[in-house]
Design a protein around this ligand. Structure first.
Ligand SMILES: Cc1ncc(COP(=O)(O)O)c(C=O)c1O
Length: 428
C-alpha cells in the first residue's frame, strides 16, 4: 500500500494537502461500499407461487392487480395501471392525456431517452425547455417562454430523486390549460410540502427497471386521479382490448400496443413494493449524513432539496463550480474514482437529449414509417438551445447512493470529496 508522501502532488492545478490516490496517495475510501441483496425470500416465494399458479399473464390473473392495489395504497392514489416499462408508462400517459401528432410537448433536456420516446412515437414534437441548477429540472421562467399555441402538454422529469419545482409548474399548466405528466421514474415517494410527487399532474409515470429503487427486471406503472385517464392508459397498454367488456372487444379506435406487465414481474414487484419505504428511508439517512459532510467545499455545489420537500435519492446530484469546473468534470471524477468513490458525470445518454442524432439530423423521420417525413420540419435541435442544461451536463458530478451504504461510507465519501476538491476546487 502506498504511504502518504506529504509532498506536493503532481496533478496540475492542485494545491497542498494529502496526496491524491491518483498521484499515488492513500485512498480516501478504506472499505468497499456496503452491499446487500435486493431480492430475498419474499421475491423467491412470490415467483415460485406465480409459477405454480400455472398462470402468467394478467388476464384472469391476480398478481398484477395485487401490485396495483399495493401501489394504490402506498401512493394514496385512486387509479394505477402496471405496464412493461417506464417508457411504456410515459407513452401511454401521453396518449391518454390526448397528445396527438403535431402537438408540442415540453420536456426536460436532461433525462433518459425513455422520457422522449413516447412523445416522438405519437408524432408529437419534443420542445426542450431549460432547467435550473438547484433541481436539475424545468425552470418555471423558461417554461413560460417555451409555451406556444401548439403546446399540448408538459412532461416534467423529477431527476435523480430530486423533486422539480412542481407547484409552480403545475400552476402554469393549470393557467394555460395544458396537460401535465410527471416522469417519476427516478424519484418515487419524493414529496413537496407533504404531497407526493406524481400527484400534481394529470398522470405520472414510474419505472421499475433494474437500475431503479425497486425492480422487477423491467416494468413500470402509471398513477392518476382521473378514472377516464386510467381507462385509456389500460387500453393503450393492452392493444385497445377492453377486458371488462365482451371478450376481445376493441373499445377505442386508436393505435395501442402490448405494454402489459406479466404475472411473474408483478410477483416480484409486489414483494419489492413492501420494501420501498424502508429503501428510501435508508437512502435519506445516508444522503443527510453525506451532505452534512460536504457543505461549503469550494468548487463543489451539491444540489439541495428545498425545505419542506423530501427526495428519494436515486443519486447524489451536484456540480462543479469555479476553478474545478474549468479543470473539467472528467478529471475530477477520475480523481474521485481513484479514491475509491465511483463518481460519474453522465446524466443523459447524450449530454442533452436534443444532441441525439435522431433529433439533430431528423433521421428518425426518414426511418420511421409511422411518422410523417416532415413532422419535425422547422424544429432545430442545435447546441445552445438550453444553455443552463448544457452547462450542467458539462459540470455535473454525481455520487452514488444506495440503501446498503453505511455511515462509514458517507463519512469516507465526504472526506474523499473534500480531499479531491482541495486539490481542484480552491482558488489559490
Ligand atoms: C427519468 C426516466 N424516465 C423514463 C425512463 C424509462 O424507463 P424504462 O427504462 O423502464 O423504460 C427512465 C429509465 O431509465 C428514466 O430514468
Amino acid at each position: 500500500m502506498p504511504t502518504p508522501t506529504g509532498s506536493r502532488p503532481s496533478t496540475p492545478g492542485s494545491t497542498a494537502g494529502p496526496a491524491l490516490a491518483i498521484d499515488g496517495g492513500i485512498k480516501a475510501k478504506s472499505q468497499p461500499y456496503g452491499t446487500g441483496e435486493r431480492f430475498g425470500a419474499a421475491e423467491e416465494a412470490a415467483v415460485l407461487a406465480a409459477l405454480r399458479s400455472q398462470h402468467l399473464w394478467y388476464i384472469g390473473g391476480t398478481r398484477v392487480f395485487q401490485a396495483e392495489d399495493a401501489i394504490r395504497s402506498l401512493f394514496a392514489v385512486e387509479h394505477v395501471v402496471c405496464c412493461s416499462s417506464g417508457t411504456a408508462a410515459i407513452h401511454a400517459a401521453l396518449a391518454a392525456c390526448g397528445v396527438e401528432p403535431g402537438d408540442e410537448v415540453i420536456v426536460n433536456p436532461i433525462s433518459d431517452w425513455g422520457s422522449v420516446a413516447g412523445v416522438l412515437a405519437l408524432g408529437a414534437i419534443p420542445v426542450f425547455c431549460d432547467i435550473e441548477p438547484a433541481t436539475f429540472s424545468l425552470d418555471p421562467e423558461a417554461l413560460l417562454r417555451a409555451i406556444t399555441a401548439k403546446t399540448r402538454a408538459i412532461l416534467v422529469v423529477h431527476l435523480g430523486g430530486y423533486p422539480a419545482r412542481i407547484r409552480e409548474i403545475a400552476g402554469i399548466a393549470r393557467e394555460r390549460s395544458l396537460k401535465l405528466i410527471e416522469d417519476c421514474a427516478q424519484t418515487p415517494l419524493a414529496e413537496v410540502d407533504g404531497t407526493m410527487i406524481g400527484m400534481f399532474g394529470d398522470a405520472a409515470a414510474f419505472s421499475t427497471n433494474d437500475s431503479k429503487h425497486i425492480s422487477c427486471g423491467e416494468g413500470g406503472f402509471v398513477i392518476t386521479r382521473d378514472a377516464e385517464t386510467a381507462r385509456l392508459v389500460r387500453l393503450f397498454t393492452d392493444k385497445g382490448y377492453d377486458r371488462t367488456a365482451k371478450r376481445g372487444t376493441i373499445a377505442v379506435g386508436f393505435l395501442a400496443f402490448n405494454y402489459r406487465m406479466s404475472e411473474l414481474s408483478a410477483a416480484v414487484l409486489g414483494a419489492q413494493l413492501v420494501r420501498l419505504r424502508d429503501i428510501i428511508a435508508a437512502r435519506r439517512r445516508y444522503a443527510a449524513r453525506l451532505l452534512a459532510g460536504v457543505q461549503d467545499i469550494p468548487g463543489y455545489a451539491p444540489s439541495i432539496i428545498a425545505p419542506g420537500s423530501a427526495g428519494s435519492w436515486w443519486h447524489i446530484l451536484g456540480r462543479l463550480t469555479g476553478k474545478a469546473a474549468s479543470i473539467g468534470q472528467q478529471r475530477v471524477a477520475a480523481a474521485l474514482v481513484a479514491e475509491g468513490i465511483p463518481a460519474y458525470t453522465g446524466l443523459s445518454p447524450s449530454r442533452v437529449l436534443y444532441a441525439s442524432p435522431a433529433l439533430v439530423d431528423h433521421s428518425l423521420c426518414a426511418r420511421n414509417r409511422l411518422l410523417r417525413a416532415d413532422f419535425l420540419e422547422g424544429y432545430d435541435y442545435r447546441p445552445g438551445l438550453c444553455p443552463v442544461a448544457e452547462s450542467l451536463a458539462n459540470t455535473a458530478l454525481i455520487l452514488p447512493c444506495s440503501e446498503f451504504f453505511t455511515d462509514q461510507d458517507a463519512d469516507e465519501t465526504a472526506a474523499g470529496v473534500r480531499k479531491v476538491m482541495r486539490h481542484f476546487g480552491e482558488e489559490r
